[in-house]
Design a protein around this ligand. Structure first.
Ligand code: CUA
Length: 184
């Protein structure tokens, strides 16, 4: 065990032992296997994050957020609980220190395209189901980019949308809500 300095000063010229060779071999094989898995997992992994992203000006994106949040019955409606999309597209805007709309109403089991962007600074989009400490999603929200997150909520319930990127003095109050209704 190499806890103390080796006595012989030419230890680097002593051939490596069989156990060392075996472990080095295992490490190389594992390393190569994980390296090969990266592109395979990228193409076939079921856990991959959606990667659809577009350049958008903050103003142009905010027009879509305003139209969605207005809930005039064209792209969304307002229920007692919050803003509910009519189609599958949801627009969620981040600005210091709010999510717009603040409360979304979605249906369980339905596949949505959630468009997310920021009006001002870098924010973070993370989803936490109420009563569960684990995080369900985590994305950067950078101004100038529109991210399209394809999401299906399997379970009805209340999910908090928490900004996880420090964005200023009100960062810790930047919490939105997604109410997921119905389902099985
Ligand atoms: Cu927005 Cu922190």
């Amino acid at each position: 065990m190499p806890i103390t300095s080796p006595q012989a000063r030419n230890w680097w010229s002593i051939p490596i032992g069989r156990a060392e060779k075996t472990w080095l071999g295992i490490v190389v094989v594992l390393g190569v296997a994980m390296f090969v898995m990266m592109p395979i997992w990228h193409a076939f992994g079921a856990q991959n994050s959606p990667t659809e992203t577009y350049r958008v000006s903050p103003d142009a994106f905010w027009q879509k957020v305003d139209a969605f949040n207005a809930a005039t019955g064209q792209v969304s409606v307002r229920t007692d609980q919050g803003v509910k999309p009519i189609g599958d597209d949801v627009y969620l805007g981040a600005m210091r220190y709010f999510w717009v709309p603040n409360t979304l109403v979605l249906e369980a089991g339905r596949k949505y395209r959630i468009h997310v962007s920021s009006r001002d600074v870098n924010h973070g989009f993370s989803i936490h189901r109420e009563g569960e400490p684990s995080q369900k999603a985590n994305f950067q929200v950078v101004p100038g980019y529109e991210y399209v997150l394809t999401m299906t909520f399997d379970q009805p319930g209340i999910y908090n949308v928490i900004c996880q990127e420090y964005c200023g003095l009100g960062h810790q109050i930047m919490i939105g809500k997604i109410i997921v209704e119905g389902g099985n």
